[in-house]
Write a protein that binds this ligand. Structure first.
Ligand SMILES: *Cc1c(COP(=O)(O)O)cnc(C)c1O
Length: 382
C-alpha cells in the first residue's frame, strides 16, 4: 500500500519505475553513434514524472544535458543542484533575460529582437550569454522562418555579448511524414553552408526528438538529439525502429476503490445520468477523476483494471470519483487498487489505450496527471 508523508494511504498515485529510465536511456544511446549528445527533455515536470527525481536518474543513466520549456523550469533544475548545461526550448521574454544570463542558461533565439535583448542583458551582467538559434523549417511555430535565418545568424555571430553554441530546428511530422521531415532537414542543412567550418564544428547541431530517431541521419553535421517521450518508455508512433528499441513505460497510475455496492437495473449512474444500467450491477467507486487527470472523455468508454480484470467506466468521470462495473469481479472490495495506466496481473492498460478512451495524445496523458496524484518512486524492481 502507498502512504504519503504523513502516513496516510494514498488514494491516487503514480508509480515511477526509475530503473526503467536507465534501460530506456541505455537502449536509445546504444542506437546512436557515440559522438551524438543526448539532451534529455524534462519540461512540464519531466512529463509529469517529477523533475528532481527523474532528472537525477537521467544523469546517472548517462544523458549529457537537459532541456526545459522556460526559465522557471530551468531555475528548478538549478535549485536541485544541477549546474550543467540547460537548454531553454521556448521563446523567452525580455524580462527573463537577466535571470537567464545570471543562471548561465542556453537560451533559444527566435528573432533579432530576442537576440538584442539577450545581448543587452549579457552586457549588463558583464558576461556572455549562451544561445542556440532555432530555425522554423516548416513547423510554423517557434524559430525564425528559414528565409530570414541568415540575418539572425549574422547578428549572433557578430555580437560580442553572445556566445553562439547551437543551431536547431523542430520537425512537425517526424512520426508520420518522412518526406516532409526530409525536406525540413534539407532546408536546415542548407543554412549551415553559410557558416564557416571552424565555427560549425563548435556548434551543437540538432533536430531530432523521439520520433526523429526513426529517420535519424547518421551523417554529420548532426551531433545531438533532444529526447522526451521515448526515455519515459513511450514510442511516439508505431515506427518499426522505435518499437525495436523496446521502450518500457516508466509511469503507472493507480487509485483505490472506496465504495462497493449493488444498484438495481434502470439506475442512471453518475453525474449527468448518461448511463442507465441494463441489469442489476455491482459497482465500485474509485477515488479518481478529472481532478487527478482522468479526462471526462473517458466517460462510458474507459476501462480500469481491478483484481487483474478490465472494468468498464460507467457514466461520467467526475472531479473526485469514477464509477466502474465490477459485476464480473465478485471479489472486488473497498481498498482494492484500480489501475488506470500500467499493469495489474497479466493485463496492462497501455498509454495508447488510455489516449484512445480519453481523446488525447501520449504527451498530454502524462502531463495532465495533477498535483493530487502522489508520485511514488521505485528505485529497484520488487
Ligand atoms: C518537447 C520537445 C522535444 C521532445 O520531444 P519528444 O517527442 O517528447 O521526444 C524536443 N524538441 C523540442 C523543441 C521540444 O519542444
Amino acid at each position: 500500500m502507498r502512504r504519503d508523508a504523513s502516513g496516510f494511504a494514498a488514494r491516487s498515485w503514480a508509480e515511477i519505475d526509475l530503473p526503467a529510465i536507465d534501460r530506456n536511456v541505455g537502449r536509445i544511446k546504444q542506437a546512436l553513434p557515440a559522438r551524438i549528445r543526448y539532451v534529455a527533455v524534462v519540461k512540464a515536470d519531466a512529463y509529469g514524472h517529477g523533475m528532481p527525481e527523474v532528472a537525477s536518474r537521467l544523469l546517472q543513466a548517462g544523458v549529457d544535458c537537459f532541456a526545459v520549456a522556460n526559465v522557471s523550469e530551468a531555475a528548478r533544475l538549478r535549485e536541485v543542484g544541477h549546474d550543467g548545461d540547460i537548454l531553454v526550448l521556448s521563446p523567452s521574454l525580455p524580462e527573463e533575460h537577466d535571470r537567464a544570463v545570471h543562471m548561465g542558461l542556453d537560451l533559444t533565439l527566435n528573432s533579432p529582437d530576442e537576440a538584442r535583448s539577450l545581448a543587452a542583458a549579457a552586457a549588463r551582467a558583464g558576461r556572455r550569454a549562451r544561445a542556440h538559434i532555432k530555425v522554423d523549417t516548416g513547423m510554423g511555430r517557434a524559430g525564425i522562418w528559414h528565409e530570414k535565418a541568415l540575418a539572425l545568424i549574422r547578428l549572433v555571430r557578430e555580437s560580442q555579448d553572445l556566445e553562439w553554441r547551437g543551431f536547431y530546428t523542430h520537425f512537425s511530422e517526424a512520426e508520420s511524414d518522412h518526406g516532409f521531415t526530409a525536406e525540413q532537414r534539407r532546408i536546415f542543412l542548407s543554412l549551415l553552408t553559410a557558416v564557416p567550418e571552424s565555427e560549425r564544428t563548435r556548434l551543437m547541431i540538432h533536430a531530432d526528438n523521439s520520433a526523429g530517431l526513426e529517420t535519424f541521419s547518421r551523417e554529420t553535421p548532426f551531433n545531438a538529439v533532444r529526447i522526451g517521450l521515448m526515455q519515459y518508455g513511450l514510442p511516439p508512433a508505431e515506427g518499426s525502429f522505435l518499437q525495436s528499441l523496446r521502450p518500457e513505460p516508466v509511469l503507472s497510475f493507480h487509485a483505490r476503490v472506496v465504495l462497493v455496492k449493488r444498484l438495481p437495473a434502470g439506475t442512471a449512474v453518475s453525474y449527468g445520468r448518461t448511463k442507465v444500467l441494463e441489469r442489476e450491477s455491482r459497482v465500485a467507486v474509485v477515488a479518481v477523476g478529472y481532478g487527478d487527470g482522468v479526462p471526462t472523455a473517458a466517460s462510458n468508454r474507459g476501462r480500469f483494471l481491478i483484481r487483474g480484470r478490465r472494468c468498464p467506466v460507467l457514466g461520467r468521470v467526475t472531479m473526485d470519483q469514477t464509477v466502474v462495473d465490477v459485476t464480473d469481479v465478485p471479489e472486488a472490495a473497498v481498498g482494492d487498487v484500480a489501475t488506470m495506466l500500467g499493469a495489474q496481473g497479466a493485463d496492462r492498460i497501455t498509454v495508447a489505450e488510455f489516449c484512445a478512451w480519453s481523446d488525447c495524445i501520449p504527451w498530454e496523458a502524462l502531463c495532465t496527471l495533477t498535483q493530487r496524484v502522489q508520485r511514488v518512486y521505485r528505485s529497484d524492481r520488487t
